[in-house]
Design a protein around this ligand. Sequence first.
Ligand SMILES: [Fe+2]
Length: 320
Amino acid sequence: MESFPVVDLSKLNGEERKPTMEIIKDACENWGFFELMNHGISHELMDTLERLTKEHYKKSLEEKFKELVAAKGLEAVQSEITDLDWESTFFLRHLPVSNMDEIPDLSLDYRKVMKEFALELEKLAEKLLDLLCENLGLEKGYLKRAFNGTKGPTFGTKVSKYPPCPKPDLIKGLRAHTDAGGIILLFQDDKISGLQLLKDGHWVDVPPMKHSIVINLGDQLEVITNGKYKSVVHRVIAQTDGEGRMSIASFYNPGSDAIIYPAPELVEKGQEENGQIYPKFVFEDYMKLYACLKFQAKEPRFEAMKAMETSINMGPIVTV
Ligand SMILES: [Fe+2]
């Protein structure tokens, strides 16, 4: 079994640039995931964010989660639960406009540190998009521009905790799915595993590593690369005991009105005529569909967008 791809980003500046770019290329083509070390984000900042995230959970969320579990009778389930996740979570938006001030109970410190971390991740996401461009033979800045729309990219963070779960085989921490958006940067617990991706029909653990950032590719990059890179199905298995896994996942996505379509350079001759290329759509239309179909296969989502595209191209609808 090949080992999970780990990229030492500091090697991009030296003699090992070429093999490092190769690891990224192979990871994008064959895993949809890789783990970054020496990414340039301060370890101290990451440690502080982890501490504040855990404190926030204890203070403001743990009790609510326990009440929810009790109210739904989840401790005693006997058959597989398919309509919810064993997850305590909240969302923050950074771009195009931050909603951090609207999120209740966050300490001033936590807001400040999260903001600083998000700025670092935004820069890292844009750097990575350019590395992907280089590997794909696209002009520098192509992917960033493709995500831009009229208001710039959407960037947000989902903060999650997966508390100990009595029946992890019956209730998933997070059910299997692919991510809808662009590029995802995950600061995951360095001690408690649980994230798994589906590779060649087998679930593979994403290994916890201290101060790493896990990267994965969303559906939009699959469309723009015309399938050269693929979004990969992943899930989270909660543990039965211990403190519970922490996960801070940040999503660098297209702007809501960005028009997403395969980069012409990546469409091969004849593919267009044969209808083999991915669809063209407005990102927010895709997200509306995703909101209802997140835990289903991505292919029907692509097909639905393709069908919408056809109806758009059919010309005006005669109403009289
Ligand atoms: Fe995900």
